[in-house]
Design a binder for this molecule. Sequence first.
Ligand SMILES: [Zn+2]
Length: 575
Amino acid sequence: MLKKVLLIVIIIVYSCEKSSNSIIADIVITNARVYTLSWDDPSLDGIPAQNAPYENGVWQPDAEAIAIKDRLIQFVGTNDEIQNYIGENTKIIDANNALVVPGLIESHGHVQEIGEKEEAVNLLNLSAKDIIDVIYKRSLEIPEGEWIVGSGWDEAVFANDYPDMLELSAKVPNHPVVLNGLRGFGAMGNQLAFEKAGITNKTEATDGGEILKDDNGNLIYVLLNQAKNLLNNKVPEKSFEQKSRMMMYGLDELKSLGFTTAHHAGVIGKHMEVYEDLQSKDQLPIRIQAFVAARMFNIDLVNKWLEKGPTTNDTSFLQVKTFKAYYDGSLGSRGANFIEDYSDMPGQKGVSSTDYGFHPDLIKKAMDAGFQLAIHAIGDKGNRDVLDFYENYFKENPQSKALRHRIEHAQIVHPDDFKRFGELNIVASVEPGHAVEDMPWAIDRVGEERAKGGYAWRTLRKNNVTVIFNADYTGTDPSFFYGAYCAITKQKKDDDKQWFPEQTFTPEETLRAYTIWAAYASKQEHLTGTIEKGKWADLTFMDMDVLNVGNTNPNQLLNGQILKTMVNGKVVYEK
Ligand SMILES: [Zn+2]
């Protein structure tokens, strides 16, 4: 008898202790309008699942409160239910009716470029004449001999008629000048910069590039594709502090835009050093998936990671599990590779493969070592070849298919190839901003018929493909609200023309492409991407109900604002 009583007492004491210790949260969020995204995926046509909180065309947030313990989501429910989790030391965050969604994931961008652009001369939307004026003015402000680096001229706009670099050379003779294109596919410079870089009209372009010359074989001081590195590699190195500062600038910008994870597509040695330093000091404000650039000039970093293998500790803020490779050029500069000629330039099909710095053996080694691949492909031939490459590799290595390899941009896909993305388990990583910004000239490049396979995310979805969204910043605006607006409307800002409306995404699909589907692309769907018990406390607070506004008044999306960003249970940004 005594034994029995003792046992009961022990059980009671044990369970009391359990409730007092383990149920009390570190942080509780109340008065929120939460979309957990924990319901099923919509149909391939975008129709919300049976169990979605959606009725008569209206979305209803499916929770009000979230408890967080040990940096993980502990409980999701109502304001009443959450009271049980509040103890003396629980920090309470009153969300004040904000919309709370799973932490946003930006799945393809170039973090340091945000800082570099901030410090560089901005050429965005300038005319050829204004470009020369701006550089001239800058040359009056800084000591002779110091490099002037500008960026943002649009390769597509100037593809037929580049600004006169001879005029620039005459006006700015004593400062080396490098002017990088908006999309990373071209660079221009003045005479002094070309001299310092040792580029003459005899220099051969390597690794898939072009040095443009006039009819007499003289330099016009314009470099296309990989030839831009001949000039950019000669710009004096920034100090470690400068590089760190630029990376932090980018990370701070991303956290203020609500991103809790960013995929950095193409990290080279000097950037990895910065990341490793920030990681060792616990100073990364958001999580980073660093994709190692599979470039010959980056071979030291490539070899280091081939040896090390992919990151195995999921909780590390710095993840290196992916290699980035480059198959063809861009559409704007007519470098993307097509099966047939460009519609606006007969005889031109673009450049790809080994001509473009694609190194199949190196990439196979990375895949052998267990890395995911993210391969840039834009033209229909580029996409087809990359699908062939994956297919052939999987024949020998079927287990690699489970790594969810990616194609970056997947811009123009041949009608026969959409189903292959699904069959090969390839994730399509695409840019809503480009889809509307490129459209006017994209149709010139490829014609109406091929354009139907352009930015065709609905067709990809219908073929069971995971589609993830990003901005390839600084190519376009990384704002989630801007991306969502473009994906849902397929319209430019302040423009009624809708480009291929049959390819738009629903607001729910858009939010998933920035959260759970992007988490899936990194094999982290069990850790993040929805708001569910046991997942990381990565949350984004905003002032707009994007699911309903996206349905009823998508123009309003452009006014949305991020209010708070929480990473790993810590508020890293607050408006
Ligand atoms: Zn990119």
